[in-house]
Ligand binder design. Structure first.
Ligand code: TYM
Length: 335
């Protein structure tokens, strides 16, 4: 079977970008024949930025409920919380010892932090934690520990998957055997990067997100706050570079999108265009929102599902693999 794996960092409330870029395609992929899927909550990654324990816990619950509301079937896919599998942290160290520091120097998130420091006249690494620097190694461990073949992600994560390949390859080379298969990133070209309210990539760090499960009225208010140009009703509009159009496309069929493009050409007013987008998004999300609210009222059930997933997954793959790897690198087998 092909192994598909992806994770979401538990550092906030899930937004449309996470849904369109990760959750929706991953659940669709998990229904393909001959597929074994691994979906998890990256709570160890969240510690790098979010150092508010209550927030991390809340976000873990929200993101778990999101996966379940979107149709993930916990008895058909592996569904777990990263920190419930201590073997991931242990593998992180084994990979750290073969990972090239020079490669980590080039990671986008780390480089962006250094660039900001330089622009501010600070030392390169001022305020940069070793955790931020090591982020790609932890992510490589997430992927390699279950020998994932395909990793569906947004564009922003491609570099991390390339690094996972690199570290996996080095480990295989150093320890003389194909311990790890090398993962491929899977990008849905249609919805590679969902824009946010201001037209930039939808991202928690830009504060331009539309949270997935806000009440209907709040969703409408947010959709109406999407930035558009100043063209009046009756003037033709450009679909290229229109965040509103890209958002619509992510939630509509090809036919509906073609009709929307025609409406742009015919000079639809922005108010009408926003109303159409709101209705389209709400139609897809309304049933999920109901399931989400039900799940969030029963946090104990979610907790049980996560623990059970991690428990079975450790037994089946993680613990035996780490025993083999400890032996391979010359450590004592704990078993
Ligand atoms: P994170 O939590 O930032 O985002 C989760 C997923 O959502 C996608 N995404 C988007 N897709 C389209 N448009 C957007 N505006 C948008 N914003 C976010 C991201 O590309 C991602 O697929 N490092 C990862 C989590 C992670 C992981 C892994 C992923 C940890 N270990 C192993 C895959 C495999 C992250 O922070 O994603």
């Amino acid at each position: 079977a092909t192994r598909v794996l992806t994770g979401i960092t538990t550092s906030g409330t899930p937004h449309l970008g996470n849904y369109v870029g990760a959750v929706r395609p991953a659940i669709a992929a998990s229904r393909a024949p001959a597929t074994e899927s691994f979906y998890f909550l990256a709570d160890l990654h969240s510690l790098i930025k979010a150092q508010d324990p209550a927030m991390t816990q809340r976000s873990t619950l929200e993101i778990a409920a999101t996966w379940l509301a979107a149709g993930l079937e916990p008895d058909k896919v592996w569904f777990y919380r990263q920190s419930d599998i201590p073997e991931i942290t242990e593998l992180t160290w084994l990979l750290t010892c073969v990972a090239g520091k020079g490669i980590l120097n080039r990671a986008h998130a780390y480089k962006a932090a250094v660039d900001r420091n330089r622009a501010d006249g600070e030392d390169d690494d001022a305020g940069v934690s070793a955790g931020l620097f090591m982020y790609p190694v932890l992510m490589a461990a997430d992927i390699l520990i279950f020998n994932a073949d395909r990793v569906p992600v947004g564009r922003d994560q491609i570099q991390h998957i390339e690094m996972a390949r690199d570290f996996g390859q080095r480990f295989n080379h150093v320890y003389g055997r194909d311990w790890f298969s090398l993962p491929e990133a899977v990008i849905d070209e249609q919805v590679a990067t969902l824009p946010g309210l201001d037209g930039r990539k939808m991202s928690k760090s830009y504060g331009n997100t539309i949270p997935l499960f806000v009440p209907r009225e709040e969703l409408r208010r947010l959709v109406f706050s999407i930035v558009t140009d100043s063209r009046a009703p009756g003037e033709p509009k450009d679909t290229g570079g229109s965040a509103l159009f890209q958002l619509f496309q992510a939630f509509a069929s090809a036919d509906e999108t073609a009709a929307f493009a025609q409406a742009y050409a015919d000079g639809i007013g922005w108010g009408d265009a926003k109303q159409r987008l709101f209705e389209r998004v709400d139609a897809e999300l309304a049933p999920l929102r109901d399931r989400y609210d039900t799940l969030m009222a029963r946090p104990g059930d979610i907790e049980g599902i996560l623990r059970d997933g991690a428990h079975r997954l450790r037994e089946r793959y993680a613990t035996p693999l780490l025993a083999q790897l400890r032996h391979a690198v010359g450590l004592r087998d704990l078993a």
